[in-house]
Design a binder for this molecule. Structure first.
Ligand code: SF4
Length: 280
């Protein structure tokens, strides 16, 4: 149950006490229909099926929420999908903003981290800070092999020669398992981060993982993210203060120079720009 939002019988999202300037979103006529959450068909593998009804709902909500505030989008998603709504986080600044918002709106939302074995110690420490600050225990989801076993299997670190395969094995496959039985997931991506992300909808169908994908920060800028972090004193990865704009695994992340794209420090030297979680 939301801590910061009061429920209204006639609206999905109402003005939160802390953010009095938020718009109230009027519910579309179809809101009165039965929720999909329990009745939504799934395949034998526990994956959600994209029915015509679900596709229509996604289109409708994407339009309706296009100019909504992230808190309103999260409130819709958490009410709509309940415990079948989840979030993966690498504890980046956008992820920290969403964790902060979820802590107020629906703190029991399951949140997990793809623990590749190659994360910075600063990233792992942030998990503990999230627990202290918000009481949220982010679940660590590991691949089947340890780093040592994986590197032994491949005759050395695969990130040096085939980062696509490494990301697939240590991130995509892990996420695939982590979201079994879920119906929707939150992503922290922003449209202005890269050309690959420029057209991400607020609500869309993620065909790779068979999930409704909700991107509450799609319309936000980097400045808005950091402004919100400062305003609410949200903890963040200290590596950002050392020039790391986007932080993934340590072997595939470097700090960026002035004027460089914020994701230029990821897989530097490779044509790769995404780990595969957000590309269809
Ligand atoms: Fe492997 Fe690098 Fe991908 Fe991490 S970011 S899973 S180390 S290739």
């Amino acid at each position: 149950m939301s801590r910061a939002f009061a429920m209204s019988p006639t609206s999905i999202a109402v003005v939160p006490r802390e953010l009095p300037l938020l718009r109230v979103i009027a519910p579309p006529a179809e809101r009165d229909k039965e929720p999909l959450v329990d009745g939504q068909p799934q395949t034998d593998e526990g994956k959600l099926v994209l029915t015509e009804e679900l596709a229509a709902e996604i289109r409708c909500e994407a339009l309706r929420l296009e100019s909504a505030e992230p808190q309103q989008i999260l409130q819709w998603a958490t009410e709509r999908f309940g415990q079948k709504f989840t979030m993966a986080t690498a504890f980046g600044p956008e992820g920290m903003v969403l964790i902060h918002m979820l802590a107020e709106i629906a703190p029991d939302t399951p949140i997990f981290n793809l623990d590749t074995g190659y994360q910075f110690k600063e990233t792992l420490e942030l998990r503990e800070e999230v627990k202290r600050r918000y009481g949220i225990a982010v679940e660590m989801k590991q691949p089947e092999t340890t780093v040592e076993q994986y590197e032994q299997q491949h005759g050395g670190p695969l990130y040096r020669t085939n980062p696509d395969q490494c990301c697939f094995d240590r991130k995509v496959q892990v996420l695939n398992k982590a979201v079994l039985g879920k119906h929707a997931w939150a992503s922290a991506i922003r449209r202005d981060q890269s050309p690959d992300r420029a057209n991400v909808p607020i609500v869309g169908w993620d065909k790779k993982f068979s999930l409704v994908k909700v991107s509450p920060l799609a319309n936000w800028t980097k400045q808005q993210v950091w402004g919100f972090i400062t305003q609410h004193e949200i903890p963040y990865n200290p590596l950002h203060d050392q020039g790391y704009a986007s932080i993934g695994c340590w072997p595939c992340t470097r700090s960026v120079m002035l004027g460089e794209d914020e994701r230029a420090g990821r897989w530097s030297g490779f044509a790769k720009t995404e780990c595969g979680l957000h590309s269809q």
